[in-house]
Design a binder for this molecule. Structure first.
Ligand code: BG6
Ligand code: MG
Length: 218
C-alpha cells in the first residue's frame, strides 16, 4: 500500500462555515449601502480575508482609507466569530469524519490546507484537531489561493511529493491552487462551478471507500 497525502480545505469542505463567511460579508456590504449575489460570493470562497474585502469594496465602488479597511476587517471577523461561537461536532459535514477515519485506518497522511486564520479554533470546536498530521492555515502563508503555497507547504512538512497529494476543495481558487501545485484536485460542490477539478462530488456521501482506495493505490 502506498502512502499518499490527503489535504483538506476547511470552510465548505469539513464544516459548512462558507455560509457564515457569506452572511458576515453581506452584512458588512449592506451596512455600506450595497449588496452582492451568491454568484459573486463564489469568488470569495477560498480567498483570504484581505483579498475578499478588496473584491467586495470594488463591487460596491467604495474606496476607504487603510485605517477604515482594517476596521472593516476586524468588524467582519467579529461578526463571523459570533456565528461560529456555538459550533460543535454536529456541524461537521456528512461523511467527513468517516472519510478521515478511513484514511487514518489506511495509514495515509492527513493535512489541513486552509486560508482561514480561524482554522485551528474551528477544528478544536468540532473536535477534529487530532485527526490532522499537519495544519497549514492563513497564519502560515504569504500568498493566497490560487497560489499553491498553502498546499505545497503542507506537502513539504509531510515530505510528500506533490503528485502524491490529493486536495479536497469547495472553491474555484482552491482547485486552481491544487492544480498549480501539481496535485490531484477533488471538487466538493457544483460540477459546473468546479469544472477545473480532476473529480467533482456534491459532498462526501458520494465518495466511496473504493474510490479512496484507488487514489491510494495509484
Ligand atoms: C477561507 C474561506 O477558507 O478562509 C474564505 O473560504 C475566508 O471565505 C478565508 O475569507 C479567510 O478566513 P478567515 O477566517 O481568516 O477570515
Ligand atoms: Mg473552502
Amino acid at each position: 500500500m502506498s502512502k499518499k497525502a490527503f489535504i483538506f480545505d476547511l470552510d465548505g469542505v469539513i464544516v459548512d462555515t462558507a455560509k457564515y463567511h457569506f452572511l458576515a460579508w453581506r452584512k458588512l456590504a449592506n451596512s455600506m449601502g450595497f449588496d452582492f449575489t451568491h454568484e459573486q460570493n463564489e469568488q470569495l470562497k477560498g480567498v483570504s480575508r484581505v483579498k475578499s474585502l478588496e473584491k467586495i469594496l470594488a463591487w460596491g465602488n467604495k474606496s476607504v482609507s487603510e485605517d477604515e479597511f482594517n476596521k472593516l476587517m476586524v468588524q467582519k471577523n467579529e461578526d463571523y466569530l459570533t456565528y461560529i461561537e456555538k459550533m460543535d461536532a454536529q456541524e461537521i459535514l456528512p461523511d467527513v469524519a468517516k472519510t478521515l477515519d478511513f484514511l487514518k485506518e489506511k495509514e495515509q497522511h492527513i493535512a489541513l490546507g486552509s486560508a482561514s486564520k480561524n482554522a485551528r479554533m474551528i477544528l478544536e470546536k468540532v473536535n477534529l484537531l487530532e485527526k490532522f498530521d499537519v495544519l497549514v492555515d492563513g497564519n502560515d502563508v504569504a500568498n493566497a489561493k490560487p497560489n499553491p503555497e498553502v498546499f505545497l507547504n503542507a506537502a513539504k512538512q509531510l515530505q510528500a511529493n506533490p503528485k502524491d497529494c490529493i486536495v479536497f476543495e469547495d472553491a474555484v481558487a482552491g482547485i486552481q491552487a491544487a492544480n498549480n501545485a501539481g496535485m490531484v484536485s477533488i471538487g466538493i460542490g457544483d460540477k459546473n462551478t468546479l469544472h477545473e477539478a480532476n473529480y467533482v462530488f456534491k459532498n462526501f456521501t458520494e465518495i466511496t471507500t473504493d474510490f479512496l482506495s484507488q487514489l491510494i493505490d495509484k
